[in-house]
Write a protein that binds this ligand. Structure first.
Ligand SMILES: NC(=O)c1ccc[n+]([C@@H]2O[C@H](COP(=O)([O-])OP(=O)(O)OC[C@H]3O[C@@H](n4cnc5c(N)ncnc54)[C@H](O)[C@@H]3O)[C@@H](O)[C@H]2O)c1
Length: 257
């Protein structure tokens, strides 16, 4: 029997990934490039974005790096303009940049709430708003927002983060209804504990809380960023054409929802 040639799932697609310099965003950038996409790795950490993009090019992929703070409309608009000038379209947007905090809500302050809502929720809306006109024009788009199981079940000591991620899931569903007529799919992914620098920070701040989260996973382990990237790829591919407004939980059986 002859071996079947593998077909890349994202050939010629142009994908922008926010928070692409680390963790889930970096793993997604690598998988997308392997599947034939032209990948725009964006991050507030310019060196991290450049490092990931360089790695993709060294492996034979096509990539661009851009320093983008997702709370800054000007940086977002400039990047979208540059990508359209270079590659003519944007097929896929992965809103992955995120931030959080650990602490009792009663002791939290407005500065913390504003930072978390600005990055996780408003950043997702700003970037999506910037790419939508091009997606509508091309009658094609896949938007994948990285939310969290914290937004589904609530995570103690992470109240603003949980609220911001519930907001992301609400945004996903509402927008999916509006843009379905333009052949644009909008879905989100709700990860459980994933072994990334962000999750490591929880352990630095509160090792007991981190252990508690892992004990709550049926598989008794953290997920790997590559396992999340595989789910993002599915939602970015044409295999999910009839899936929109969905929250895909990827949590090793933490929530069973
Ligand atoms: N790791 C987990 O357990 C877990 C669980 C649920 C959800 N998530 C979500 O997954 C996403 C990716 O997180 P991760 O775990 O890979 O963390 P990570 O820390 O490895 O990566 C997050 C990236 O976002 C970037 N970033 C932060 N603020 C930004 C801003 N204002 N503009 C642009 N980029 C910014 C960081 O520089 C970093 O590169 C986040 O939205 C996070 O909330 C993670």
């Amino acid at each position: 029997m002859s071996a079947q040639a593998k077909t890349n799932k994202l050939t010629d697609k142009v994908a922008i990934i926010t928070g692409g310099g680390s963790g889930i965003g970096a793993a997604t950038s690598r998988l997308f490039a392997k599947e034939g996409a032209k990948v725009v790795v964006t991050d507030i950490d310019e060196a991290a974005a450049e490092g990931v993009a360089k790695g993709l090019e060294q492996d034979g992929g096509q990539a661009l790096a851009a320093k983008v703070d997702v709370t800054c409309k000007e940086e977002i608009d400039n990047t979208v303009r540059d990508v359209l000038a270079r590659w003519g379209k944007i097929d896929i947007l992965v809103n992955c940049a995120g931030t959080g905090d650990i602490g009792w809500f009663i002791e939290s302050d407005e500065t913390t709430w504003d930072r978390i809502i600005a990055v996780n929720l408003k950043g997702t809306m700003l970037f999506t708003h910037a790419v939508l006109p091009s997606m509508v024009e091309h009658k094609y788009g896949k938007i994948i927002n990285i939310a969290s199981i914290a937004g589904k079940t609530g995570a103690g000591m992470q109240v603003p983060y949980s609220a911001s991620k519930a907001g992301v899931s609400g945004f996903t569903k509402a927008l999916a209804r509006e843009v379905a007529r333009h052949r644009i799919n909008v879905n989100d992914i709700c990860p459980g504990p994933i072994d990334t620098p962000m999750y490591g920070q929880i352990g630095d701040l509160d090792p007991e809380l981190q252990k508690k989260y892992v004990r709550g996973v049926a598989q008794r382990r953290m997920g790997r960023p590559e396992e999340l990237a595989a789910a993002v790829l599915f939602l970015a591919s044409d295999e999910c054409e009839f899936i929109t407004g969905h929250s895909l939980v990827v949590d090793g059986g933490s929530t069973m929802i």
